[in-house]
Design a protein around this ligand. Structure first.
Ligand code: BT5
Length: 267
């Protein structure tokens, strides 16, 4: 197994300039939180394998050894904390663009999944650490199924997850893809960090959305409702219309969206 080395491809100035590498770790998000205070902005924690990879809302993230990109970026934006949740959309847009740079087409399932052939190939978990006087750090954890084989997915995941190797039918260069994600992330993140400007990421989330125009089940708290997705507004919220005609803008993080058809079910 080749160790990650992105020196040939990294053009970003601060995202990924410092990388903490682990063979095995519980979760790169957990480790990133531990070192966030001392770390420079843009520091990345990456591991070949996670033994307790985390999804949202306490869910698990399957992270077998040497086959994926499991990493977390430490960010210290100056924007209001309410704005910082939008960083998930920057991550999704950056992964989409990086895959495109590799010649791979993908879709975005708002707010945190990248989907190919109706199956999840990447998930994003954004977490915040609050410090005194209202300041905070952001950890954006990105998991990309690069060279996973069928047998790396358990029965539950087989129908709803895939890897780049499975869709491409050949191995994908992890170093190149990793660097491309970091490069694209920095380009999209700088206007946000400086001015709260997230327009390009939202534009991409709209253009590549797998949800817009579809009927979905919206699951949040203990309620579940059917709605049609009308679009994504300029704040990055998902605009949905319920069967009773009411519309609502949903914040990322508060809901899970399920498809009504075979595609993207439960991802
Ligand atoms: C996510 O949660 O999609 C966020 C995943 C974030 C993973 C990265 S890896 C680096 C960093 N360190 C961490 O510990 N985490 C981050 P959510 O939307 O809740 O989706 C979780 C669900 O996706 C699970 O309940 C499974 O159904 C499914 N799943 C688990 N592992 C998967 C995989 N490898 N590929 C596709 N789907 C998976």
């Amino acid at each position: 197994m080749k160790k990650i080395d992105i020196r040939d491809y990294l053009t970003a100035n601060f995202i990924g300039r410092s990388i903490e590498y682990h063979e095995t770790i519980t979760s790169t998000n957990i480790r990133a939180k531990e070192i966030a205070r001392e770390a420079d902005e843009g520091t990345v924690v990456i591991a070949e394998e996670q033994t307790m990879g985390k999804g949202r809302l306490g869910r698990n993230w399957t992270s077998p050894k040497g086959k994926g990109l499991w990493f977390s970026i430490i960010l210290k934006p100056k924007v209001k904390v309410e704005e910082a949740t939008k960083i998930t959309l920057i991550g999704a847009a950056a992964v989409y663009k990086a895959l495109k740079d590799m010649g791979i087409e993908s879709y975005i399932k708002w707010p945190n999944d990248i989907v190919i052939d109706g199956k999840k190939v990447c998930g994003i978990l954004t977490e915040m650490i609050f410090r005194d006087k209202g300041s905070y750090f952001v950890i954006i954890g990105i998991g990309i199924n690069v060279n996973l084989d069928e047998e790396d997915f358990n029965e539950d995941l087989k129908n709803k997850a895939t890897s780049l190797k499975l869709v491409r039918r050949s191995e994908v260069d992890r170093n190149k893809l990793f660097a491309y994600v970091l490069n694209n992330f920095e380009i999209l993140y700088i206007p946000f960090k400086e001015k709260g400007d997230i327009r390009e990421a939202i534009e991409i989330s709209r253009e590549r959305s797998i949800l817009i125009g579809k009927e979905v089940r919206i699951i949040g708290g203990n309620r579940e409702k059917t709605a049609r997705v009308l679009g994504i507004d300029n704040e990055g919220q998902l605009i949905v219309k319920y069967r009773d005609g009411k519309t609502e803008a949903l914040f990322s993080g508060e809901v899970s969206i399920r498809g009504m058809e075979g595609y993207m079910d439960n991802c």
